[in-house]
Design a protein around this ligand. Structure first.
Ligand SMILES: Nc1ncnc2c1ncn2[C@@H]1O[C@H](COP(=O)(O)OP(=O)(O)OP(=O)(O)O)[C@@H](O)[C@H]1O
Ligand SMILES: O=P(O)(O)OC[C@H]1O[C@H](OP(=O)(O)OP(=O)(O)O)[C@H](O)[C@@H]1O
Ligand SMILES: O=C(O)c1cccnc1
Length: 490
């Protein structure tokens, strides 16, 4: 029996349905087309993005069906849809091809992250959902990677659910944060659903619930003698919270156990953590860890470290899960080729802004890796049918400022796009989430630190092959000439 779909087929923009209908009326619904999904600029001023969202996209495409309720709803809109259209929808299945970079990949603007081929009918329907899943998850994985970059080997806990933009953002955001380098989430549903480790401390309400802070700490430690982390800022961190935590820690010591940690959630976290460390150490509680939370992000963590804060573990909520400083990736999904008269014809979307002109045709993406240093030199977008001869020097040039050129020798060209669906059949062995997370970490070592720093990173080159660049220029010329002709040569 079919599982109830995780996402409705109606999770799309109305214009996709109206275009599907108009195509069907026009007899063009079966026309084969190719689309690319990509983004145009990097979020948060980062030097790279971390691709995420493929698992959800796969589940969606596998389960994509129009239920009778969906069809009744569309009928109720009174748009005058021909009833035979609904039979098309009843039989709808995703039958296209989808190639994608794996989750956890380091990716850059302008390169296709997902390439799709299929009927225009199906490729229009799925645009909105794919952008929705991949845009959001890539954004959160990227934000998480920035936070991991500054946190070094400290423990990072994702605490954002209560501040997230509703349930899906919390749950899939927790997964994306894990891919980007977080160690755990506080969301137990995300833990159950994806196998992400779960961690947590306790709230202020636990302390407020008792007649005294000391009593509250004792009761918590009694329930969790091996894993209690005590929140010390409910009344007065230095005069009450830490001394009470130390008292309970010493009581635990007598039982041969130790207090796992304390959490600071307000005030000057650098000063308080240094004081806390001194007080804990002076009491012999050197193994007790210090956890901090309170509106943290990569900048506050970096700054706290620069101030010598003695913090071992960080709980990050709002600013991670809401992608606070840049709430959208701005991913796009553009038609790049039409199957006409037995061959693929590249198509283009022109803009007055040269950076917004699409790159036509079905494409492949290669990461050019220098064999000597083991580091990535550039990503190269080619036409889908090109081969790269690794035995010959390769000339790379900037796609807009073409005079910027370099020759690469002794390199390997690693293709980034992997087949996921072929004719609607899922042929992709989705790695486990921990494999995806490790894959992401391993990919970072391919890049020089200049591209990875969080402030003003160097721009990593994403270039077009000569053949692809020529295709684009020729198509632009053809279109401009035909417009000129239509306007009587003016
Ligand atoms: N030493 C520090 N240097 C830089 N930023 C800090 C330092 N200590 C704390 N912060 C950050 O400063 C902000 C403090 O926020 P704010 O003053 O609103 O609240 P608070 O101290 O947490 O108190 P409360 O939660 O009771 O309002 C937080 O984002 C926190 O991460
Ligand atoms: O600051 P964020 O990065 O968003 O991290 C999540 C916040 O959520 C909790 O506070 P809240 O006041 O909701 O509950 P509490 O009573 O448990 O502190 C926690 O103490 C963190 O401060
Ligand atoms: O476990 C915690 O300390 C926690 C969890 C969610 C939000 N704030 C704190």
């Amino acid at each position: 029996m079919l599982k109830s779909p995780e996402i409705s087929a109606l999770h799309t923009d109305k214009y996709q349905i109206t275009m599907m209908y108009a195509h069907w009326k026009n007899g063009s619904h079966g026309n084969r087309r190719a689309f690319d999904l990509y983004f145009r600029s990097l979020p948060f001023g980062n030097g790279y993005a971390v691709f995420a969202g493929l698992e959800r996209a796969i589940r969606y495409l596998e389960e994509l069906r129009f239920t009778e309720e969906d069809i009744e709803y569309l009928q109720s809109l009174g748009e005058g849809f021909d009833p035979a259209f609904f039979d098309m929808l009843r039989n709808f299945r995703f039958t296209g091809d989808l190639y994608s970079v794996p989750e956890g990949s380091i990716v850059f603007p302008e390169e296709p992250l997902v390439r799709l081929e299929g009927s225009v009918f199906e490729l229009q329907l799925i645009e909105t959902a794919l952008l929705n899943f991949i845009g959001y998850q890539t954004l959160i994985a990227t934000k998480a990677a920035r936070i991991r970059h500054v946190a070094g080997n400290d423990v990072l806990m994702e605490f954002g659910t209560r501040r997230a933009q509703e349930r899906d953002a919390a749950v899939w955001g927790a997964r994306a944060a894990y891919i980007g380098g977080f160690d755990a989430t506080s969301n137990t549903f995300a833990g159950q659903k994806f196998g992400i480790p779960t961690l947590g401390t306790h709230a202020h309400s636990w302390v407020q619930d008792f007649a005294s802070e000391l009593e509250a700490f004792r009761a918590f430690v009694k329930a969790f003698p091996d894993q209690a982390i005590l929140l010390v800022d409910t009344y007065d961190t230095l005069k009450s919270g830490i001394p009470h935590a130390i008292q309970v820690g010493l009581e635990l010591k007598k039982q041969g156990k130790s207090l796992v940690g304390i959490r600071l959630d307000s005030g000057d976290l650098a000063y308080l953590s240094k004081q806390a460390r001194k007080m804990l150490d002076a009491a012999g509680l050197t193994e007790t860890r210090i956890v901090a939370s309170s509106d943290l992000d990569e900048f506050t963590i970096l700054n706290l470290k620069a101030q010598g804060a003695k913090i071992d573990s960080w709980g990050v909520g709002t600013k991670l899960i809401t992608a606070y400083d840049q709430p959208a990736l701005g991913a796009v999904y553009k038609m790049v080729a039409r199957w006409e008269n037995g061959k693929w014809e590249p198509t283009i979307k022109i803009s007055s802004n040269p950076a917004k002109i699409t790159t036509p045709g079905r494409k492949a993406v290669y990461r050019i890796i220098d064999n000597q240093s083991g580091k990535a030199r550039a990503d190269l977008i080619t036409t889908v049918d090109e081969t790269i001869d690794e035995s010959k020097p390769l000339t790379l040039f900037h796609p807009l400022q073409t005079f910027k050129r370099k020759k690469v020798k002794n390199f390997r060209a690693v293709p980034l796009l992997k087949p996921v669906f072929i004719q609607g059949k899922n042929i992709y062995q989705l790695p486990s989430l921990s494999e995806i997370r490790s894959f992401h970490q391993s990919q970072l070592s391919l890049f020089w630190e200049e591209y990875l720093r969080i402030l003003n990173p160097e721009e990593y080159p994403v270039d077009l092959s000569q053949k692809l660049w020529d295709t684009k220029q020729n198509l632009l010329q053809t279109i401009y000439q035909s417009i000129k002709k239509e306007n009587g040569g003016s």
